[in-house]
Design a protein around this ligand. Sequence first.
Ligand code: CMC
Length: 428
Amino acid sequence: MGDTPRVTLRLPNGETLELDVETARLGQDVIAIAPLLQHDVFAYDPGFLATASCQSAITYIDGEAGVLLHRGYPIEELAEHCSYLSVSYLLMHGELPDQARLDTYVDDILQRTPVRDNLKRIVQSFPQDAHPMSILGAALYGMAGLYHSEIDIQDETTRYHIACQMIAKMPTLVALCHRHNLGQELIEPQPEFGYVENFLYMLSGERPDPKLAEAVDKLLILHADHEQNASTATVRVCASSDTNPFAALASGIGSLWGPAHGGANEAVLNMLEEIGSVDSIEEYIERAADSSDPFRLMGFGHRVYKNFDPRALIIRGRCEEMLAMTGQADNGLFQLALRLAEIARQNDYFIERNLYPNVDFYSGIIMSALNLPKTMFPLIFALGRCAGWLSHWNEMIVQGYRISRPRQLYVGQERRSVPAQVGQPKRI
Ligand code: CMC
């Protein structure tokens, strides 16, 4: 017997099984359950509440302590001292870039910001009022069509170029979706403005205040990665079939769009507008706490954070700065959000379930200060999260992987025969 810690499991058939415990560098250890397969029994964990689907060295979260580390660096320090592009480099490569590496990386990205006419036509083919997440997803599938045959995902240099291509084109595609929704032409990128300033310029046609660009840069850092969240896990599962990486990223868009994930920032603003005034807060808190009412406080709760979401604290501070900067210091929605958070935090239902404001609770307010419509908020999330998706995709390929293929607990009919009299379509 070696030093590997093990647990003993008694199986339904009475046999016992020794399972290895794999030790984490930080956080929970895991029980390696693959040997269950040889005993004709599986683990059952809907929603993956207690299942680690992979090993990863990118991001660590301590949900009890409200800690978020990227490659070991606390999110607070990264948001204070780094740019989004440095953080995206860190996530992918494991170390922060020195000046020379950063310069090369930034050049590799900025020169790729223009998009081909094919992609513009995909966007323009949508109805003007289509939700921009649907357009963005289609544009990423368009990327898969444009960049397919020459891609060898096992080649490290190719993966680097794919990542640069994606990080470069996302702001242009997001801006393209926005301009299409407005019924306006795409503004061609101006790479010399830099990554975030160019993005804001492509949205509005005006070169932004550098402080505004800095606030958006921080917002992107706060969204850059969050370990095995639904969209990142989706990208990994999708990519595990060796599919085109842009198609895998498009699947991430689909997952992110939902209101329980990246669509929550849009849903928070809808909710705040519906609540309308401080006087109505109690009524909505009561509804959220009523298990027979499907209403939930959007921007509250998290699968992993059971104390506070450190990103929400940073964003709340940034929100105040951003609103002051744009002359909206007395923004009614922000005041309403602050009061709502305060009242919810004193409510037994929220206290007992450890429900705190998450990253999406305040981020929509920053985005609305940019004069963006609510439907655009999940696209800003996607723009930031793109760095995480690419890093996890890259890590998975470097580590080696098998196709993701969960099993199930079957609860349907037992075997039976098709009846003699069964309806037939008029034509087949
Ligand atoms: N409002 C009211 N009750 C809530 C809320 C909420 N926002 N969130 C969780 N609960 C309750 C839930 O009803 C359950 O109660 P009970 O134990 O009585 O059945 C308990 O808290 C545990 O919640 P859960 O749904 O089992 O937790 P989960 O880990 O499956 O879901 C979540 C996490 C984020 C999907 C959920 O908290 C939620 O729907 N929040 C609102 C949407 C939101 O803000 N999403 C953004 C998440 S952060 C950024 C991101 O990942 O995109």
